[in-house]
Design a protein around this ligand. Structure first.
Ligand code: AMP
Ligand code: MN
Ligand code: MN
Ligand code: MN
Length: 277
């Protein structure tokens, strides 16, 4: 069976490895078809595509767009996008533009909470100056021993209600799906099990997404617990969505699931790649 991983990050967003090195790690983990899906950024795609070709791996051009829906941050993955599409590029550039200021505000709040120098500290981990992420702050707080690991930093400092949380307004659902579809791509709701929506709100999100032309949801992802694989397989069937699979790899040793250990999609769903290979 073809091993497909359609969700990974490089140091062009908040991963730690260069795109070509992520390709090598995926291949070593047994991946046959692979997408690079950096947050709000497509600059890693040419290097990723070239590396995948050299490694004999099918390549899927991707992106993971940050949106705000019902006051929550939601991620929409775009697959098989034309990464040179002007409207997509303009939309992504606009989405990235608030990140540096947000980073400065996060640092100011952390300073008030007794952690000075976090902006400069996080910046050491940033591979792309346009893409400062909370993950870079998390790595700094682990490096300095403030927290033991990255999930711990999010729990104590970087999530809503915590001293280093700065609310941010991202793109809209309609924009993100529109940019992806306009660039010839397929829109996928990333790790739906991670959002804190009621079942009703989640249903409204799925309905709106579908109406806008969204086609798939992630079912098996490193960001879901094994229980959620079945739960979202059922929801994919109920809403008529294709199902996607991806590790959400960021760094060796940082992910919940390794490339090689991520289980296949349940047989009950239609893979988003069903007519690609
Ligand atoms: P940002 O786009 O800057 O808001 O950062 C979001 C990123 O932070 C996500 O893509 C994850 O990589 C990471 N992240 C968010 N929540 C958590 C968490 N609870 N544990 C570990 N990483 C997280
Ligand atoms: Mn991330
Ligand atoms: Mn995500
Ligand atoms: Mn991701």
């Amino acid at each position: 069976m073809l091993k497909v991983d359609l969700h990974c990050h490089s140091n062009v967003s908040d991963g730690v490895l260069a795109p070509a090195v992520v390709a090598q790690a995926a291949r070593q983990g047994g991946v046959d078809a692979w997408a690079l899906t950096d947050h709000d950024e497509v600059r890693g795609i040419p290097a990723a595509r070239a590396a995948a070709a050299e490694l004999g791996m099918q390549f899927v051009s991707g992106v993971e767009i940050s949106i705000t829906w019902a006051k929550e941050t939601v991620h929409i993955v775009g697959l098989r996008i034309d990464e040179n599409n002007a409207t997509l590029l303009e939309g992504l550039s606009c989405t990235r533009s608030g990140r540096d200021n947000r980073g400065r505000e996060i640092a100011a709040q952390l300073a008030l909470a007794g952690i000075p120098g976090a902006y400069e500290g996080a910046l050491k981990f940033v591979g792309n100056p346009d893409l400062m992420s909370r993950t870079h702050f998390a790595r700094y707080l682990v490096e300095t021993g403030v927290c033991a690991n990255i999930p711990d930093v999010f729990k104590k400092y970087l999530s809503e209600g915590k001293p280093g949380y700065v609310p941010h307004c991202w793109a809209s659902l309609a924009d993100a799906v529109g940019w992806i579809r306009g660039a010839g791509g397929i829109a996928v709701i990333a790790h739906p099990g991670r959002y804190r929506f009621s079942d009703t709100a989640e249903g409204v999100l799925f309905d709106e997404f579908k109406q806008l032309g969204g086609a798939a949801i992630e079912v098996v992802t490193g960001s879901h617990t094994p229980d959620q694989y079945d739960e979202y397989a059922q929801l994919a069937r109920r809403y008529g969505f294709l199902a996607s699979r991806g590790s959400d790899f960021h760094a060796p040793g940082e992910s919940r699931v390794d490339f090689a250990a991520l289980p296949p999609l349940p047989a009950s769903v239609t893979p988003v790649w069903h007519d690609w290979y």
